[in-house]
Ligand binder design. Structure first.
Ligand code: SF4
Length: 752
């Protein structure tokens, strides 16, 4: 048997395929060597115009992910504690039978959906999700966004009129980069799609630029910085106000070309008056003279950026931080400027249909805490209570898609208990994990190499305008379904319908027709007023995600406009460029993107201004507990890649970092394990004493805790680690966005 395989391996040719890595925001190009249906080797694609051969350890792990024996291959139905592999027909029949009665009896909102982070890395899910969610008609939509970046999206929605346009650091052309709560050398960049952050930071320093990092942990990024300053968790807004105060106080405000486009300058000046550096310094732990100097440096630099990420969003004042960061970028003349922050112009962008939009905010609320809707979704921190509490709108059924909230949501023990109680749960996922073990039906997904790929979301966050389409490396086996097909079946199942024969095509055709109908009514679209069938005819050789993607590319800013711009972009053009296309550097385009009702940048919008009272109140009584913050590392991708041996080997990484001064005070040494307690729960973890964490702060990475019963994650179980979200509190949120507070959690520690 072995001999036979060996002969086969040596005799069959090796193929080389190129594609974008689907695992994180950096969108690196991969060169994948395959033999039959196996991956032999993966390396960075040197001809990729964006990543130029760069690859992190996760990129190589696509090989293990493709062949992971724990990846689910067939749909499964749970009967009691036993799982049975079933056919797709049986799985969808079960969903039809169970879901529809729940909707009929309790209304559409009784079905909650949770979209995990990998959803945005998946072309089929991104393109077919809107139709599924529209058909489901539920307002109980949750996603990993409220555990992460929704504060930034909300602040952009309010300041610029759309969450689709976030200001992205032009890192390759800046002179000065102030990073707060961001660790791109571990995360590979976030809300800043940029492969090889280490190389880009090195280039910044080599051209005489400066990197300054503020973080309660001396991260790998902080170690590369020209300056690092510890900042007390949860006080970033105070620091940012201290900088704004200084800019006004020392006459350093320079709006540059934005002068006519600003609303609220005087109000912002007035607001900042309460926060001189000399007042905020003792709260945030940064000397007043340092705050003033950093403000002066920002103002002096020709091209400067303030950039905040996870640490600034996942705390009590996430939306305020996101807003104030862009206020500083505006006040220093660095918004919409080369070397500052700019708005990408992605190839799939559609022309604006409305010049003015109302912020999508607080159009409805959660049932129990009345938390506001943000951008069409509700905070994950409220999910458990929405399941637990009887009454109108109670969540009775749950659909998880590519997510693991049982590990990633705050007070995850409570959410785990709640998920056990839902009447019916469906999961679309590759693993039987801590969340999907509660499902009644699991619909498995293909390997990342068995589907096509295009980063619709991340090219709209990229530091250059890039377009890269990757066809599947391997054909999808007949017995499997791509995610977009699963969504079509689920869409039908919600309506108690069965997809048979040509009906899949009918639904697929319906999706593209609706899109075209909408587009031809948009006066700003290059196909305004055209005939639906004329456009459909251009697309007749394609179906599924490829047809939708082709449509978006062709009506986009570089598109062929279905004949209107014959040399323009289409999917065929991208297919002829397997390494991807560089569409150029970012350019100023603020006037194209502003959609506020004033037509200006709202520097002091009332919703955010009113929240400043909360900041004033909160800082009066800062807790004197140790404060827990999160931590990223290069080989983790939230919770879902710990089943790959190459990513978990080596020393245990799930340790509690504690400063030696705090350890001494608590009589701890490195070998000790400690009991960490918060309002919501307690865990036992090994400690690691290090001066890389600020005194008074402890740090634990997220995504671990793979020791729950009923999962099928053999490797992850052996490297279980501890779930930090047993300690995070679902009742403590950023009040404006409802975002979870995962940093600055008060905890107590004792030796065990
Ligand atoms: S940095 Fe991100 S996109 Fe690049 S190889 Fe690593 S995981 Fe993949």
């Amino acid at each position: 048997m072995f001999m036979k395989n060996d002969i086969r391996k040596t005799s069959n040719p090796i193929n080389i395929r190129y594609r974008t890595c689907p695992l994180c925001e950096a969108t690196c190009g991969l060169e994948i060597h395959t033999q039959d249906r196996e991956v032999v080797h993966i390396k960075g694609d040197k001809l990729d115009p964006f990543s130029r051969g760069y690859l992190c350890p996760k990129g190589y792990s696509v090989k293990e992910l493709h062949s992971d024996p724990d990846r689910l291959q067939k749909p499964m139905i749970r009967r009691g504690q036993d799982w049975q592999e079933v056919s797709w027909e049986e799985a969808f029949s079960e969903i039809r039978m169970k879901l529809r009665p729940i909707i009929e009896e309790n209304g559409n909102d009784a079905v909650a959906v949770y979209l995990g982070n990998p959803t945005v890395h998946n072309l089929g899910l991104m393109l077919f999700m809107p139709m599924f969610l529209r058909t489901l008609g539920s307002r109980s939509i949750f996603s990993a966004s409220t555990l992460d970046q929704i504060p930034k999206q909300l602040s952009s929605e309010i300041m610029f009129g759309s969450d689709a346009n976030l200001p992205i650091p032009d890192i390759d052309h800046t002179d000065y980069l102030l990073m707060i709560g961001a660790n791109p050398l571990a995360s590979n960049g976030s809300l800043m799609t940029a492969p090889n952050m280490r190389g880009r930071i090195k280039a910044l320093k080599e051209r005489g630029g400066k990197l300054v990092v503020l973080d309660p942990v001396r991260t790998v990024t902080a170690k590369q910085a020209n300056e690092h300053h510890f900042i007390r968790p949860g006080t970033d807004a105070l620091f940012l106000f201290g900088v704004i105060y200084t800019l006004f106080d020392e006459n350093l405000v320079n709006l540059g070309k934005l002068g006519d486009l600003i609303n609220g300058l005087e109000k912002m000046k007035f607001l900042s008056k309460d926060f001189p550096p000399e007042v905020v310094s003792s709260k945030c732990g940064i000397p007043a003279e340092t705050i003033r100097r950093l403000a002066q440096d920002l103002a002096k630099a020709q091209k400067a950026i303030v950039y905040g990420r996870m640490g600034t969003c996942t705390q009590l004042f996430g939306t305020m931080n996101s807003w104030l960061i862009d206020v500083i970028n505006v006040l220093t003349g660095n918004l919409d400027c080369e070397g500052g922050v700019m708005f990408p112009n992605p190839a799939t962008r559609r022309a604006l249909s409305k010049r003015v939009r109302k912020p999508r905010y607080n159009r409805y609320q959660t049932n129990i805490r009345n938390l506001p809707e943000v951008l069409g979704e509700l905070p994950v921190s409220s999910l458990a209570e929405e399941i637990e509490n009887p009454g109108p709108g109670q969540v009775k059924a749950f659909i998880s898609i590519a997510g693991n909230p049982a590990l990633s949501a705050p007070n995850s023990q409570r959410l785990n208990d709640a998920l056990e109680k839902v009447d019916f749960m469906v999961s679309i996922d590759c693993y039987l994990n801590e969340t999907t073990r509660n499902a009644h039906v699991i619909l498995p997904v293909p390997s990342p190499l068995e589907k096509s790929h295009y980063d619709i979301t991340f090219y709209s966050l990229a530091i250059r305008n890039i377009a890269h389409y990757s066809p599947p490396v391997f054909d999808l086996p007949r017995e499997k379904m791509d995610e977009w097909e699963i969504l079509l079946h689920l869409t039908a199942a919600v309506n108690e319908q069965v997809i048979e024969g040509d009906q899949r095509k009918t639904l697929d055709d319906f999706t593209i027709k609706e899109l075209i109908k909408h587009e031809i009514k948009n006066q700003n679209s290059p196909i305004y007023g055209k005939d639906v069938y004329e456009i459909l005819d251009f697309l007749k050789d394609r179906s599924g995600p490829e047809r939708l993607l082709d449509f978006y590319l062709r009506v986009g800013p570089y598109g062929d406009h279905f004949g209107g711009n014959p040399d323009g972009l289409s999917l065929s053009v991208l297919e002829d460029h397997p390494h991807g296309l560089d569409l150029g550097a970012l350019h100023p385009r603020i006037k194209d993107i502003l959609q506020t009702s004033s037509g200006k940048i709202e520097l002091a919008p009332s919703l955010l201004v009113e929240d400043v009272d909360r900041l004033r109140e909160t800082i009066k009584t800062l807790p004197d507990n140790l404060l827990l913050v999160g931590r990223r590392d290069l080989r983790s991708n939230n919770s879902w890649m710990h089943n790959l041996p190459v990513l978990v080997k080596g020393e245990e990484r799930c340790t509690l970092w504690i400063h030696p001064d705090d350890a001494r005070r608590l009589d701890l040494i490195n070998e000790h394990r400690v009991l960490v307690q918060s309002r919501t729960g307690q865990i036992v973890v090994p400690i690691h004493m290090t001066e890389d964490v600020m005194p008074g702060t402890v740090s634990l990475p997220h995504g671990w805790g793979h020791n729950l019963p009923g999962t099928r994650l053999k490797v992850a179980k052996k490297h279980a680690g501890t779930n930090v979200n047993i300690l995070t509190d679902e009742q403590v949120i950023d009040k404006i966005s409802g975002n979870a507070v995962l940093n600055g959690v008060p905890v107590s520690i004792e030796k065990v």
